[in-house]
Design a protein around this ligand. Sequence first.
Ligand SMILES: [Zn+2]
Length: 272
Amino acid sequence: MIRLTIANHDLLERIETVAADWFTRARLLTGQNERAGAHVTATPIWSEVRAVLARLQRGKCAYCERKLGSSGDEVTIDHFRPKGKIAAWKGRAADVGGASRTGYFLLAYDPRNYLAACRRCNNKWKGSRFPTARSRRLDTAEADLLAEELPYLVSPADPEDIDPERLIGWDGPMPIPADPAGRDRALVTIDVLGLAHEDLVKERQLVLRNVWLAHQNAQGEKPDVLAKAMLDDWCSPASAHSACARRFRELCDENPAAARRHVEVAMQSASV
Ligand SMILES: [Zn+2]
């Protein structure tokens, strides 16, 4: 997952730059939802801020870290807290919030609830699921009150939430809990978003092979300057799957034999 750090006022300014009356329309639509007690407006003005978010996210899906637009994926806006109905989630931890017919209707036009995501993550995996460890707060748009729900999904854009990289670690190309204290949140996030699915693992294996090669060439008595630059590029936040790449680069330094085994497995899997 990515980490999106932008101050609220900065985000608002960027949105107003591309759509000057966006917040006026958002307030009107939110008022309609509030009076109805549900998401009843069929006006997807969130699509107007898609390019703003995609740029802030360095062109990457907030969840799977694929480059948006790759693999034929159209860029979508995901409502982190689902705006309409919510599907119950059955998994390794209890979804206390459960299903809802209304969803977070007060957040349908709140840009703080938006993330640019690929169709794979938004539609195929996450969908309308949003498991919580405590009862839902569908009656508020206040961040402090919403936090009381204790969502299992880590938020890439909430400055009060943990950095996803401190919650989700890596065993080669496989996402794993980074810290025992956040084990449930990490495992639920991985499950709900399908982050351990074969499609992503294969892409990450390709990245690991490239990181390994660049790391090898950047070592020794005559390190290749270009290899070092390539290594930095693979691990840059702008590159696909860079959280995994950064951890693997550390492993190449700490335990080259273990890193090599991951590359051998990646080679075998590529030849199947
Ligand atoms: Zn994605």
